[in-house]
Ligand binder design. Structure first.
Ligand code: NAP
Length: 351
């Protein structure tokens, strides 16, 4: 595989730092440019980033000068990852796409755009074809691909096998979300220590909408949104990393047992597993029988944070299944998910 030169926009933030960490030693991608706000531009990365990852800043990145997030300041890059604040990401990402530079982003701004894939490779890999409908750059090279909200990744990954087998009718879920989900410095310690905050602005709407696109069908050059009633609640809990979900899903098929669901998970194969993508977990889903599992502190690092853990599988009513799901919010739900998306786009020849 050729080596690709990569820029990271929003490189100083919580997700940006996770990009830097995960891309260190990546077999295909090399970070050659880092960008952030005007507050950081002109400083070395070491000076600009308040480093919250464990271990040192990678030596080849620490001395890079942080640039303003403009296409002309990043030198030759094959594409960019974006972990920018959504307050600014919309205009800046479009500027890059217009300049012919593909943008693989975590920000929410283009998730609902009808030409932009909202992508989880194991769930809706075919949606990459939407890229062909984008006309953002004259050269045709610039495009935008998004990954979903960090709750939606464990949610759709855990539901997709059951949806294919039994047909989803409705979903009720409660998400217990880690503080790192709010970025850095994020939630004030006086609000969250020894406490639970039953509100995360805008979150419930995203969790109810994004699965409709992720589980929607691509027909022609459009995604027909699914229309599954979803009711979501979002709570901020005093956990560092890892969003834990309590899910109750109702299905078209009656009388499904926990054993039926277990069998579906055991037999499920990711549609992209055969591609050998470097960040692809060997098992995207892991099922625990111990009812105390999964737990954020114990299981978020499974398969380098790219695996979704499921437990407490049980029957709910006559046609429902209830379970707990866990995903690492800044890895599987953000930077790691975006890197996997980029790997798929390389394999498919979009990059
Ligand atoms: P964060 O820690 O607040 O980082 C925000 C980043 O945006 C910083 O690098 C900041 O640079 C940069 N930025 C701010 N204004 C800018 C500007 N005008 N031009 C260029 N860069 C600018 O936030 P985060 O948690 O990393 O989240 C980043 C994005 O990922 C957000 O859109 C968020 O919604 C999304 N996301 C986050 C998570 C998560 O678990 N945290 C999960 C999924 C998606 P400075 O340091 O210079 O201010």
């Amino acid at each position: 595989m050729a080596n690709y030169k990569v820029g990271v926009l929003g490189a100083t933030g919580a997700v940006g730092q996770k990009f830097i960490t995960l891309l260190t030693g990546h077999p295909w991608f090399k970070v050659t440019a880092v960008a952030a706000s005007a507050r950081s531009a002109g400083k070395t990365y070491r000076e600009a980033a308040n480093w919250i990852e464990s271990g040192d800043i990678p030596a080849d990145i620490a001395g890079l000068i942080v640039q303003e997030a403009k296409p002309e300041f990043l030198g030759e890059v094959d594409f960019v990852f974006s972990g920018m604040d959504s307050a600014v990401a919309g205009d800046i990402e479009m500027e890059f796409a217009k300049a012919g530079i593909p943008v693989i982003t975590n920000a929410r701004n283009y998730r609902r755009h009808e030409n932009v894939p909202l992508l989880v490779p194991e769930v809706n890999p075919g949606h990459t074809k939407l890229i062909n409908t984008q006309k953002f750059s004259e050269s045709g090279n610039g495009f935008i691909v998004t990954n979903p909200n960090c709750v939606c990744v464990p949610l759709v990954l855990s539901l997709k096998p059951l949806h294919d087998a039994f047909g989803l009718k409705s979903i009720v879920l409660t998400s217990m979300q880690a503080v790192s989900g709010a970025g850095y410095p994020g939630v004030p310690s006086l609000d969250i220590m020894g406490n639970v905050v039953p509100h995360i602005g805008g979150e419930e709407e995203k969790i109810m909408w994004e699965p409709q696109k992720l589980l929607g069908n691509l027909t022609g050059d459009k995604v027909e949104l699914a229309s599954i009633p979803i009711h979501a609640s979002a709570y901020r809990v005093p956990v560092l990393n890892g969003h834990l979900l309590s899910v109750v899903a109702d299905f078209e098929k009656d009388g499904i047992t926990a054993d039926d669901a277990r069998e579906v998970y055991m037999n499920w194969k990711s549609p992209v597993q055969h591609l050998g993508l470097p960040s692809s977990p060997s098992n995207p889903i892991r099922l625990y029988d111990d009812p105390r599992y999964p737990q954020p502190r114990l299981h978020i690092h499974n398969e380098n944070g790219m695996q979704v853990s499921i437990g407490k599988l049980r029957e709910a009513g006559t046609s429902g299944i209830a379970f707990t799901a866990l995903g690492h919010n800044t890895v599987r739900g953000a930077a790691g998910g975006a890197i996997l998306n980029a790997e798929l786009l390389v394999k498919e020849g979009f990059i």
